[in-house]
Design a protein. Sequence first.
Length: 133
Amino acid sequence: MTDSVRKLVQQRLRDGDYTCRKEFTLAMFNGKWKVNIIYHLGHEGSYYFHELQALLPHASHKELAKKLKELQEDSLIDREIEDNGPRVKVAYSLTPLGRSLLPIIDAMYDWGDQRLRELNVHDVQFGLGQVKQ
């Protein structure tokens, strides 16, 4: 969620004043990079932070860290710290709740793909890095 929308949704939830289910659903993954993060974690498995950064080259380190933290706070992703020696690695994966958003995101992807075909747009680059093989 963008900061202002995220804060508003959280406040309204605390106040028991949230009734728009569509807006709430969109707010779960609204915000730059969140849909891409959920999509890749859901379809390709867990990623280390540096791998996600390579996958989203236009996202700054700070911006990506913030989005991952928000997704974790919203119980959509898990963060696992691996301390296997001199370098600590942090791996991210989807929670069951995060995985439940995949059909929605897949439908959005399919709609966008179809619409781009209708507009006769081919081989569009969206600034995404390479996915895991």
